[in-house]
Design a protein around this ligand. Sequence first.
Ligand SMILES: *[C@@H]1O[C@H](CO)[C@@H](O)[C@H](O)[C@H]1NC(C)=O
Ligand SMILES: *[C@@H]1O[C@H](CO)[C@@H](O)[C@H](O)[C@H]1NC(C)=O
Ligand SMILES: *[C@@H]1O[C@H](CO)[C@@H](O)[C@H](O)[C@H]1NC(C)=O
Ligand SMILES: *[C@@H]1O[C@H](CO)[C@@H](O)[C@H](O)[C@H]1NC(C)=O
Ligand SMILES: *[C@@H]1O[C@H](CO)[C@@H](O)[C@H](O)[C@H]1NC(C)=O
Length: 522
Amino acid sequence: MAFTMMALCWKLLICFLFYQVVSGRVRREGHYVAAVYEHESILSPNPAAPVERRAALELMGRNLDIYEQQVLAAARQGAQIIVFPEDGIHGFNFTRSSIYPYLDFVPHSHSGKWNPCRESHLYNDTEVVQRLSCMALKNKIFLVANLGSKQPCERSEPRCPSDGRFQFNTNVAFGADGALLATYRKHNLYFEYAFDTPAEPDYAFFDTPFAGKFGMFTCFDILFFEPAVSLITQYNLKQIVYPTAWMNQLPLLSAVEFQQAFSTAFNVNILAANIHHPTLGMTGSGIYTPVKSFIYHNMESYGGKLIVAEIPVIAADYKTNLESNERFRVNLHDSCRTSTSTSLDDEVCFKEQETPGRVSEKEKGKEQSPPFFYAEMMYDNFTFVPLWGEKGELQVCANSLCCYLNYQRAVLTDELYALGVFDGLHTVHGTYYVQACALVKCGGLSFSTCGQEVTDATALIDFQLWANMSTPYIFPLLLTSGITLDFADHMGWKNNHYFLSKNRTSAGLLTAALYGRWYEKD
Ligand SMILES: *[C@@H]1O[C@H](CO)[C@@H](O)[C@H](O)[C@H]1NC(C)=O
Ligand SMILES: *[C@@H]1O[C@H](CO)[C@@H](O)[C@H](O)[C@H]1NC(C)=O
Ligand SMILES: *[C@@H]1O[C@H](CO)[C@@H](O)[C@H](O)[C@H]1NC(C)=O
Ligand SMILES: *[C@@H]1O[C@H](CO)[C@@H](O)[C@H](O)[C@H]1NC(C)=O
Ligand SMILES: *[C@@H]1O[C@H](CO)[C@@H](O)[C@H](O)[C@H]1NC(C)=O
């Protein structure tokens, strides 16, 4: 009897433990659990000085120790995939030669056949890759990280650098068994003199049993057509892993703001991991879906942050764009019917038969009402008009882009807002063509403060914002006080205008913008 009781207890205990483990993994149908880690990397005090491989491995080992703890913590919370930031293991500010001891050899042509943890003897200089692979294997989790890699080349090859090797800023993805599934070499380097650009863009993705294919790219890549947009559209990807080392720039390019906008614009989930160095303006990670997100942005405190969230898989054949356009149309009809304002109704809501791009007589009569003014926003010369009074309709144009706003302020606060437009080539810290239509809170009460970096706001503004954008690649930005995010009520195309509307933001409004990238004009 005692024996059977014991046996039963054992069984119960085992069942109980098993249930615990399983319950940690219980997921809703069509969902998966993702993790991203915002890491404060332990940096070399003097990255330009040459060191031995042993010293480089020692420093990187301290970062990898932290990764190991976070992989364990994420796996315990049921995460099936974890993403680490760009530069998280080796750091930054190296020269081409001083980074060399930090580089692993990473075979670029592979097919998931190499398991660095199990087959460590295959290649030399793969210590970092091996540790990452073992973390994935031990915790049965897909793992994505960024490191520096080297690839020897013959000096006779046309592109081979004079030191006989390529050096790449590289992402690696491992399966839950530790196998190296995919590598991605950063294409759009951001003044990283230690690294080479690969001859052709990598279109990197890997398959998972829980959410299908994940595409990979890195940091600055998010602003360019190659390879990010190409990759997503050619392979119809719905999940993206995105290691980054992003310096925030308000009002239009803070990390969480743009990551969300990218997710919404392309209807993809993004697992974005940034490094955490507030003194350099680097923070902002998240797990994003097109309609909801789990973010971290913290300029105040030090240390890392693990985010774990369960999100829905976006099926590859889901006709979201068509469907949401249809929904948009229906909703817009409803709101148009009840709206008392006229210009939007006339120009955007119903006149579907109108010739594309043609302007109605009424619009032509409307002059760009002064006072408009110029102010620099993120190094670009924006044309602005101020928002005055409780409500109004505004229009401002630059080059071929006209931007319109219909607004109503719930409470009049002592804050200056302005509607700004820019249509031109951005040339500072990178060259890329931008079409932007932006409602922003100004830094102070004078016009010259519009475009400055502001992080807090109290004004609640109901608005409809639209513009005759020339590019289909439009990133809808909606940023609220304290660097929090909100989501538009409606957005989409109508009569050659892109449209964004929102009533009742959850916090004071910092930025509402249509940020367009006109890739062909770069
Ligand atoms: C790296 O360089 C940037 C600007 O070039 C500088 O502000 C920063 O302090 C440097 N960081 C380190 C860790 O050396
Ligand atoms: C690794 O390096 C050692 C010493 O340089 C060399 O003898 C060995 O052949 C190398 N192994 C591989 C797989 O390249
Ligand atoms: C949004 O606010 C505007 C102005 O305050 C109002 O006319 C419109 O009906 C509101 N729309 C919705 C969908 O609530
Ligand atoms: C901005 O553009 C306007 C119009 O082209 C020009 O008059 C003004 O000088 C420019 N401002 C700056 C700071 O470049
Ligand atoms: C946008 O609208 C303005 C004003 O109606 C017009 O001058 C401009 O040509 C339009 N741009 C495009 C690309 O249609």
